[in-house]
Ligand binder design. Sequence first.
Ligand code: ZN
Length: 135
Amino acid sequence: MTVQSSDFSVRTPQREALVDITHEVAAIVTAAHVVNGTCVVYCPHTTAAIAVNENADPDVKRDLLYCLARLVPQLREFQHSEGNSDAHVKSSLVGPSLTFIVRNGRLLLGTWQGILFAEFDGPRTRTVQVLLQGE
Ligand code: ZN
């Protein structure tokens, strides 16, 4: 059983964005030589998250961000002094981490799936933490 932990940075381009990080995570899996196991992808930020969804048509990412903005508007009633409460709520709705299956040395993703770093209060340089367990 192998356990390996690593980080990488993501530069997000604007206040809200879904940034494809599939290749960065896949490269860590390949370098780790884990054949079968699990891969945890974790976001250590309170106004960002990790998602998996369609990565082929960019309109899907736009629609996801549009719906999250409709679900969580910036309300005057928010009390948090930073003025980014909508980003904190979206971060909690989407969630900080996902676990993926590694089989035969590769991330097991659906044909259209990509791993997305969800930025809700950018642009910023963010950190993604990856934990691989397997053999
Ligand atoms: Zn805040």
